[in-house]
Design a protein around this ligand. Structure first.
Ligand code: ZN
Ligand code: ZN
Length: 151
C-alpha cells in the first residue's frame, strides 16, 4: 500500500504491541484498516498512557507542515476511492479521512494523539459520576452509623 499523501510505501507498525497498522515513514501518517481503530480505542481506554510514550516522536513541527501541504482529497490506499474528510465520533473535533467504501481510515501525523485525548476525555465523563456515586454511598453509610449510635 502507498501513502495517500506522498505515495511512500507504507510499513507495518505495531501499536501497543498488539495492533498492526500501516505507517508512512515519510509523513508519519497511519493507515488503520476497518476495525483497527476500534481495537485501538479499546486499548487506549483500558491501558491509558502507553501510546503517548510510544508515539512521542511523531508529535511535533511536522504536524502543521503536513496540514499545510495537503493537496486535495486523499485516495484510499486499498481501493483508490476518494476519501471523505469527516469528524471522528461525536464532537471530537478530530478530522480524519475515511474511505467511503469502508476500507479504513487515514490519520495524519498527530491525529492519533488527538483521538487519544478525545477517548480519555470521554472516559473522564464516565469516571466522575462513578466517583460521586461512591462518595454518596460513603456519606449515607456514615449518616446511618451516626443515627444508630444516637438511638
Ligand atoms: Zn506519507
Ligand atoms: Zn477503500
Amino acid at each position: 500500500m502507498k501513502c495517500p499523501r506522498d505515495a511512500t510505501t507504507l510499513q507495518p507498525f505495531m501499536v501497543e504491541g498488539r495492533i498492526e497498522v500501516d505507517r508512512c515513514s515519510s509523513c508519519r501518517g497511519l493507515w488503520l484498516d476497518k476495525g483497527e481503530l476500534e481495537q485501538l480505542q479499546e486499548t487506549i481506554e483500558r491501558d491509558h498512557g502507553n501510546l503517548t510514550d510510544v508515539l512521542k516522536d511523531t508529535v511535533g513541527a511536522s504536524f502543521d507542515q503536513v496540514r499545510q501541504e495537503r493537496q486535495g482529497p486523499a485516495r484510499c490506499p486499498r481501493c483508490d476511492a476518494e476519501m471523505e474528510t469527516r469528524e471522528y465520533g461525536y464532537n471530537s473535533q478530530v478530522m480524519i479521512d475515511a474511505c467511503p467504501e469502508g476500507c479504513g481510515v487515514w490519520l495524519d501525523n498527530g491525529e492519533l494523539e488527538r483521538l487519544e485525548a478525545f477517548y480519555e476525555a470521554g472516559r473522564e465523563e464516565i469516571t466522575i459520576p462513578l466517583r460521586w456515586r461512591v462518595w454518596a454511598g460513603v456519606l449515607s453509610a456514615f449518616h446511618k452509623g451516626k443515627k444508630s449510635t444516637k438511638s
